[in-house]
Design a protein around this ligand. Structure first.
Ligand SMILES: Nc1nc2c(ncn2[C@@H]2O[C@H](COP(=O)(O)OP(=O)(O)OP(=O)(O)O)[C@@H](O)[C@H]2O)c(=O)[nH]1
Ligand SMILES: [Mg+2]
Ligand SMILES: [Zn+2]
Length: 302
């Protein structure tokens, strides 16, 4: 039928959803009456792929018919189908919280999201901190982009990396997420997304998750979430698998159940000793492992 369309939910406020008709490039305001979910769950989320029925072409209204299967979903912030997480670190002010970065990377690995490390404020570099942070994450196999508003570098590289993905931004307060996002909104967001985008401009806090369509295809997400994060919903025995630089060694240890914390003949620890894996990332692994194991033991202790 002609009035059934394919779309993507850009945002949802008070039972109304902005749905982008991906073929026409128009945004419809939709209710979610009698929505049928293919993959369980309850309500539509920003980021969802949906089919919707147009009620009125003139005032661009409709209702959501069906929600497509989700690749991933989050409760806080409420969003679905994230492809890429841009993890923003500042070389200074604030000092980089690499523990938070590692936790976000673990979440990416667990939820099938491609991480992208943005090392921001490189104009404030001292003691080669830029090289040291980018070295740690490149060595682990992750893409790293160096950015500075002051030097005006890194933005074009970032633009290319956003192509075709739904990208969210994460990181400590003050690292420069809003600064980077404002640059993106001003330079690379499509007219369609701008209808609602214009309202947000110049504002540094957002209460609702919102997706903006990019000129190169794909979306960026404005969301205040993902800034303080705890590793959860991960089995401590799976944790090492979420470190790409450890993977080749797992299974080669003397004990098949090796936790890579203190067992003899551990190939993961050998990698660290040989300098093939970053010792600080390994130390944080040990700490997360202990936290997860303790939570697990407490849950099952009687
Ligand atoms: N020197 C320098 N300062 C920057 C750069 N990018 C952002 N800043 C400054 O860093 C401060 C914080 O930037 P924001 O963009 O507000 O940081 P944020 O990550 O959005 O912070 P929250 O919204 O609190 O999470 C501002 O004063 C920016 O002007 C940069 O590349 N170099
Ligand atoms: Mg901000
Ligand atoms: Zn081991």
């Amino acid at each position: 039928m002609d009035n059934i369309r394919q779309g993507i939910i850009l945002k949802g406020v008070g039972g109304f959803y902005d749905v982008l008709d991906t073929a026409a490039g128009l945004v419809y305001t939709c209710k979610a009456r009698g929505v049928h979910r293919k993959s369980g769950g309850t309500s539509p989320l920003p980021g969802d792929s949906v089919t919707f029925k147009v009620i009125d072409e003139k005032d661009l209204s409709g209702f959501i018919d069906e929600i497509g299967e989700r690749k991933n979903e989050f409760a806080r912030p409420p969003v679905a189908n994230i492809d890429q997480l841009a993890i923003v670190l500042a070389v200074k002010s604030p000092d980089p919280d690499l523990s938070l970065a590692d936790k976000l990377l673990i979440t990416c690995e667990a939820k099938d999201i491609s991480p992208l490390i943005l090392v921001n404020k490189v104009d404030l570099d001292e003691d080669d901190i830029t090289a040291s942070i980018s070295g740690i994450y490149r060595k682990a196999g992750y893409p790293v982009i160096l950015i500075s508003k002051v030097l005006d570098i890194g933005y074009d590289e970032l633009h290319q990396k956003l192509k075709g993905c739904k990208t969210a931004f994460a990181g400590q307060s003050g690292v420069g997420k809003s600064t980077i996002l404002n640059r993106i909104l001003n330079d690379w967001v499509m007219e369609t997304g701008e209808v609602s985008g214009r309202i947000q401009r110049g504002r540094h806090t957002t209460r609702h998750v919102q997706l903006f369509e990019l000129d190169v295809g794909g979306f960026v997400l404005d969301t205040p979430g993902f800034s303080s994060y705890t590793v959860c919903d991960i089995d401590h025995t799976d944790l090492a698998h979420l470190y790409p630089e450890f993977r080749k060694a797992i299974g080669e240890c003397r004990f098949t159940s090796c936790s890579h914390v203190n067992e003899p003949d551990c190939r993961v620890r050998e990698l660290v000793e040989k300098g093939e894996a970053d010792p600080e990332r390994y130390n944080r692994y040990v700490q997360f492992y202990k936290e997860l194991k303790e939570a697990y033991d407490n849950r099952y202790r009687r």
